[in-house]
Design a protein around this ligand. Structure first.
Ligand SMILES: [Zn+2]
Length: 199
C-alpha cells in the first residue's frame, strides 16, 4: 500500500475524523520537519510502555503506580464519586475545576440499539462501592453525555446502584448541558452549572 494512503486510512479510524481531515493530517506531516515527525512517532510508541490503567478509576495514566495521581491524592473528597463514560469526559470535568471528588470511568454508554451494558464496567463499579462507602462515600454523581445514550445509561446505572446501595445519594448532572452536547466539548462554566443543578 502507498505510504500516504496507508497513513490516511489509519487517521480515518480516529473518532470524528473523515477522509478529508485524514488527508490534511498527512499533508501536515509531509510538510513537518523530520524532528517533528519523530516526536509524534515516539509519543505514539510511548503509549505502549509508559501508560497504565488506574485500578481505581480505570482511566489511562502516565504515572508509574497502579493507581493514578487523582485517585492517590489525599486532598480529594471521598464523599463524592463521579461516574463518567470516558477518560475525555473525566478530563473535562476535572478541567472545570469545580469537582473535588473521585471518579470512575465506565468505558462508554449503553447503545440504544441493543440496550446492552456489555463492554461497560458495571460489575467493577458495583464491586468498588463497599470499599468507597467505608471510606466515606455519600453521593454518586452520574455524569454521562446529554444525549439519548447518556440518558439510557443514567437510568440503567441508577437502577443497578440503588438496588444495592440504599444509603447513598445517587444524582445525575443537571440540564445545564444542552441536549446532545458531549461533556468533553462543554466549557467549564457549563459543566459547573450542570454539576450545581444535579438531582
Ligand atoms: Zn485513578
Amino acid at each position: 500500500m502507498d505510504p500516504i494512503e496507508r497513513l490516511t486510512a489509519l487517521f480515518e479510524k480516529f473518532p470524528g475524523i473523515g477522509p478529508r481531515q485524514a488527508q490534511r493530517f498527512v499533508q501536515f506531516l509531509l510538510r513537518s520537519s523530520p524532528a517533528g515527525r519523530r516526536e509524534l512517532v515516539e509519543a505514539v510508541q510511548s503509549l505502549s510502555g509508559a501508560v497504565h490503567q488506574c485500578e481505581h478509576c480505570m482511566r489511562f495514566h502516565g504515572g508509574s503506580g497502579k493507581v493514578c495521581s487523582l485517585c492517590s491524592n489525599p486532598q480529594r473528597d471521598p464523599q463524592y464519586l463521579a461516574v463518567v463514560s470516558s477518560d475525555a469526559d473525566l478530563s473535562a470535568l476535572e478541567k472545570s475545576g469545580t469537582y473535588r471528588g473521585f471518579y470512575f470511568v465506565l468505558g462508554g454508554t449503553i447503545s440504544l440499539a441493543s440496550e446492552k451494558t456489555s463492554g461497560l464496567r458495571v460489575k467493577q463499579l458495583l464491586a468498588a462501592i463497599p470499599e468507597r462507602t467505608a471510606s466515606g462515600l455519600k453521593e454518586i454523581i452520574l455524569a454521562f453525555p446529554a444525549n439519548p445514550e447518556g440518558d439510557a445509561t443514567t437510568i440503567k446505572i441508577r437502577e443497578e446502584l440503588s438496588a444495592t446501595n440504599k444509603d447513598i445519594r445517587i444524582t445525575a448532572l443537571g440540564r445545564g448541558l444542552s441536549t446532545g452536547s458531549e461533556l468533553e466539548y462543554a466549557d467549564p462554566e457549563t459543566i459547573k452549572s450542570a454539576l450545581e443543578s444535579r438531582k
